[in-house]
Design a protein around this ligand. Structure first.
Ligand SMILES: Nc1ccn([C@@H]2O[C@H](COP(=O)(O)OP(=O)(O)OP(=O)(O)O)[C@@H](O)[C@H]2O)c(=O)n1
Ligand SMILES: C[C@](O)(CO)[C@H](O)COP(=O)(O)O
Length: 237
């Protein structure tokens, strides 16, 4: 029986249907290789080797011809489904394969450096408090607010004390997340992560601090950093 109290039955959803426009590569960035494996394979390996994750749903683009060429596509814990135009559409497509009472752990294909201990702490915190939450990092830079009508000029400096950068995984009750994502999409509200959908419905997800090396590979220069982090990590960390 899958239910919210079962900490050893977490279902991961991996949105991997993006095109990676900011990466400027010939192929979607999740298929670029780091040390002989694609970024997507590194990410899936991290999730498949986590002891509390029982299934991984990979959401790919309808135009994707690469996923089925990877041997990991045949892994018995992996299911595949087709995504949509935005990340929110893709996550919603993955959620449709879950029962409403299950926990959904959404993790970007583009974050292969995620740490097992951080995933475990997120699962423990969220399931103990019975409140959805996300991995995130405290902002360490000085943050400037630009003018709305002149966005290369500083209006003022923000107080960073209460500012966090959202990362993934993000862990929520599947039914609640499905309903909030659907509501945000119906209302044409642009959201870039799951927590934003929950916030749109009036919720207040938990912030669980994670390592700073859980980077999202977004731009070409991120590849070198991710290569460094992945090759220095001990296996299954
Ligand atoms: N329609 C989409 C858009 C994004 N994603 C996934 O969401 C994750 C985070 O998004 P991002 O890093 O922004 O990826 P892209 O949308 O591919 O990149 P870009 O915004 O530069 O085009 C990625 O794993 C990406 O594959 C998805 O599944 N479906
Ligand atoms: C979910 C996310 O990784 C949190 O940082 C992020 O929001 C993904 O999309 P983005 O368009 O790169 O912000």
């Amino acid at each position: 029986m899958h239910n919210v109290n079962n900490l050893n039955n977490i279902i991961a959803i991996v949105p991997a249907a993006g095109i990676g426009s900011r990466m400027n590569s010939q192929i979607p960035k999740q298929y670029l290789k780091i040390a002989s494996k694609t970024i997507l394979e590194h990410t899936l390996h991290k999730l498949l080797t986590h002891p509390q994750i029982t299934q991984v749903i990979v959401v790919i683009s309808p135009e994707d011809h690469l996923f089925n060429t990877l041997s990991i596509a045949l892994h018995d814990k992996i299911k595949m489904t087709l995504g949509g135009e935005t990340r929110a559409d893709s996550v919603l497509a993955g959620l449709k394969l879950l029962n409403d009472e299950q926990w959904a752990l959404v993790h970007d294909a583009a974050r292969p450096c995620v740490d097992h201990d951080d995933i475990t702490r997120l699962i423990e915190t969220v399931t103990n408090k019975k409140q959805g939450g996300i991995l995130a990092t405290r902002i360490s830079d000085t943050v400037k607010r630009a003018y709305r009508n002149n966005d290369t000029v500083i209006d003022y400096s923000e107080d960073r004390t209460y500012l966090w950068g959202a990362a993934t995984p993000q862990l929520f009750n599947a039914g609640e997340l499905k309903s909030c994502l659907q509501q945000a999409l119906n209302d044409h509200v642009a959201i870039t992560d799951e927590a934003s959908a929950i916030e749109y419905c009036g919720g207040h997800p938990l912030l669980v601090e994670c390592r700073g090396d859980n980077i999202k590979i977004t731009r070409p220069e991120d590849l070198a950093l991710a290569t460094f982090y992945l090759t220095k990590q001990t296996p299954n960390r």
